[in-house]
Each structure stands twice: as structure tokens, then as C-alpha cells.
Ligand binder design. Structure first.
Ligand SMILES: Cc1cc2nc3c(=O)[nH]c(=O)nc-3n(C[C@H](O)[C@H](O)[C@H](O)COP(=O)(O)OP(=O)(O)OC[C@H]3O[C@@H](n4cnc5c(N)ncnc54)[C@H](O)[C@@H]3O)c2cc1C
Length: 158
């Protein structure tokens, strides 16, 4: 019988699961990535705003409910996850995002870790993904131990 035991099982192949898998590659650990979606077909519609945003070609057909409201969620289940579709803006959470926050219909408890605990990992991830930016422009920006790996670039004209 084939050996079907693993040291690490990663559920989901988006940027989160992918970064973990990359860290583990070469470590000698037996790693299994589980992904519920198929491989996204490569076709002209990948670059077609009408197919993406009007026809919702790649969106899940699931129906979710919120109270009595039924809706088709903005979920994309593919190898590579939502990360195949995302806008590539890589923001760090702000310090207060880790604290308890009160909302109209309840509260979101504090995280068991703080921004300071994650800061070195944000720095490492920004290097891995080659994030561009200019520190110090955004007054809500949390402290960072290293500058952005690459300078910001101006936006392309629409
Ligand atoms: C159109 C769009 C634009 C976005 N733009 C941005 C942006 O600019 N910046 C930003 O920070 N975020 C953005 N987001 C959110 C963004 O997708 C996430 O921040 C990021 O891609 C999440 O990565 P992830 O690895 O956590 O999850 P995902 O990339 O979603 O990966 C999770 C994977 O897990 C799989 N999965 C789920 N459940 C199971 C299961 N039970 N078993 C097996 N597999 C499972 C899913 O199929 C998926 O492949 C955007 C999202 C969308 C849809």
C-alpha cells in the first residue's frame, strides 16, 4: 500500500497555502496540498472584463443566504484560489485590526497575537512577493522593520 501519511497537509492553494508550501519545499517534510477547485482553463475570457464582471464566468454557482436574502457569493474555487483573480494590492493589517472591535450587531474579539508578532513575517512575505510601495505616505500605516522591497510605480492610465 502506498504511504499516505504526511507531515503537513495544507488546505487551499491560494497565496496563503502556496507561501506555506514554498517555505516547506526542500525541508524534507512530506507535504500534501488539498484544493477543492479545478485548474482554471487558460482562454481568451481570462482577460475579458465582460466575461469576468458581467457574465461572472468563473464565479462559484453556490447560493448563500444572509437572513432571508439569497445571493451568489463572490467565490472562486480554483487551483490558485481567489489569488488567481485578486487585485494584487498587498496591504498589512493595521495594529488596531488585531484588537477587539465593536460592531452594530456584535463584536469581533481580539486576536491572540498582535501586529508586532506578525511584523517580521509581513516583511518576509513582501520580499517573497516583490511588493512595491513608498513607506510613510499613508498616515494609518503601521511600523515596519524594513522598507518596501521595490519603489512604487505610477498607475497605468485607464
Ligand atoms: C476579485 C477579487 C479581488 C481581490 N483583490 C484583493 C486585493 O487586491 N488585495 C487583497 O489583499 N485581497 C484581495 N482579494 C481577496 C483575496 O482573494 C485574498 O486576500 C487572497 O487571495 C486570499 O488568499 P488565501 O490564500 O487566503 O485564499 P484563496 O486564494 O481564496 O485560497 C483558498 C483556497 O482554498 C480552497 N478551499 C477552500 N475550502 C477548501 C476545502 N474545504 N478543501 C480544499 N480546498 C479548499 C479554495 O478553492 C481556494 O483555492 C480579492 C478577491 C477577489 C475575489
Amino acid at each position: 500500500m502506498a504511504d499516505s501519511s504526511y507531515d503537513v497537509i495544507i488546505i487551499g492553494s491560494g497565496v496563503g497555502g502556496g507561501a506555506v508550501a514554498l517555505q516547506l519545499a526542500g525541508s524534507g517534510a512530506r507535504v500534501l496540498i488539498l484544493e477543492r477547485g479545478p485548474v482554471l482553463p487558460r482562454e481568451p475570457q481570462n482577460w475579458d472584463p465582460e466575461a469576468l464582471f458581467c457574465d461572472l464566468r468563473y464565479r462559484s454557482d453556490e447560493t448563500w443566504t444572509s437572513g432571508t436574502r439569497r445571493f451568489r457569493p463572490g467565490q472562486y474555487y480554483y487551483v490558485g484560489g481567489h489569488t488567481k483573480f485578486y487585485g494584487a494590492a498587498m496591504f498589512r493589517f493595521r495594529e488596531r485590526d488585531f484588537e477587539e472591535s465593536v460592531h452594530e450587531d456584535g463584536f469581533s474579539p481580539a486576536w491572540p497575537i498582535s501586529y508586532a508578532d506578525l511584523e517580521p513575517w509581513y516583511t518576509q512575505a513582501e520580499r517573497l512577493f516583490g511588493v512595491r510601495g513608498t513607506a510613510g505616505l499613508d498616515p494609518t500605516e503601521p511600523p515596519r522593520s524594513a522598507p518596501y522591497p521595490h519603489p512604487s510605480r505610477s498607475s497605468k492610465p485607464r
